[in-house]
Design a protein around this ligand. Structure first.
Ligand code: LER
Ligand code: MN
Length: 271
């Protein structure tokens, strides 16, 4: 059964970005529980922004899970990325993600690599960048094994990366290392830009998909754009997807309404 999640951002530098709840992890968890979500997804500035013990006690107190933790602060705040031609910069990016894997892992949640993947440019060719990315994903996936979770890798639209834009791009990369402990993130907003058909893209991702960003075509909460969720739900059912549909969407028109809109659409589409 697909479970629902909603994002909470604690990253000031990401203000205005596609996150539903902001600033206050306690209020975000409480509101998510009140609305009937199964879990939250946390976007934090780093592994020490809020203690594992505090988050665990808030989640337990409200009967929620941690669906995933984002690592994008490594790019947004520290400008680190996995295709940095400078080996020391690359290592700093990997180390930041390792620390976020430890944070999420202690809560039973996988970490997401989105903007931290970077892009190929300058002296780095596309094949060289993909090699660097794959090497980092293998190492970080191995690091995540101790927590019994995969690492989640997210193909992004062309304005955010030139590495993997579609689910098939992601599959082609991960298949080069069949034992890799990495799963794909299917973000419906990015897929609406890049896939020929969103349902076909989900089938391309197939068993590799380990997380879904549940959002509408315009990045507003599900139900406020022109996404056709019938074929999305049918494709997810066909591939046997049974993890989270997590609301990574603008807080439009405001956080509470965005969360309510999301859970109503989630129930209509998946229940
Ligand atoms: C960025 O556009 C995105 O979708 C995030 O999930 C990745 O950090
Ligand atoms: Mn996303």
């Amino acid at each position: 059964m697909i479970r629902s999640a909603v994002t909470i951002s604690l990253v000031e530098q990401a203000r205005g970005g596609p996150f539903v709840f902001w600033d206050d992890v306690e209020a975000g968890i409480r509101k998510a529980a009140e609305l009937g979500f199964d879990a939250v997804e946390l976007f934090a500035p780093g592994p020490d922004a809020v203690s594992v013990e505090r988050v665990r006690s808030l989640l337990d107190g409200h009967g929620l899970k941690m669906a995933a933790v984002g690592t994008g602060a490594g790019w947004v705040i520290h400008k680190r990325q996995l295709c940095d031609p400078d080996a020391a910069g690359r290592r700093a990016a990997i180390d930041f993600i390792r620390s976020m894997i430890d944070f999420g892992g202690a809560l039973g949640a996988p970490a997401i690599i989105g903007s931290m993947q970077g892009r190929w440019q300058g002296e780095v060719t596309k094949p060289a960048a993909l090699d660097m990315l794959l090497e980092a994903l293998v190492e970080l996936g191995d690091h995540a094994r101790q927590y019994g979770v995969p690492l989640i890798y997210e193909p992004l639209n062309r304005y955010e990366t030139n590495l993997c834009n579609t689910q098939q791009d992601g599959v082609s990369l991960l298949e080069r290392h069949p034992a890799i402990n990495v799963r794909l993130l299917a973000d419906l907003f990015h897929m609406n830009i890049e896939e020929t058909s969103i349902a076909a893209g989900l089938r391309d991702g197939g068993r590799w998909i380990g997380h879904v960003h549940f959002v509408d075509s315009n990045r507003r909460p599900a139900g406020l754009g022109h996404m056709d969720y019938g074929p999305v739900a049918a494709a997810l059912s066909e591939i046997g997807y049974d993890r989270y549909a997590s609301a990574e969407a603008f807080a439009y028109p405001d956080p509470d309404a965005a969360a309510r809109q999301t859970i109503e659409t989630f129930r209509r589409v998946f229940r």
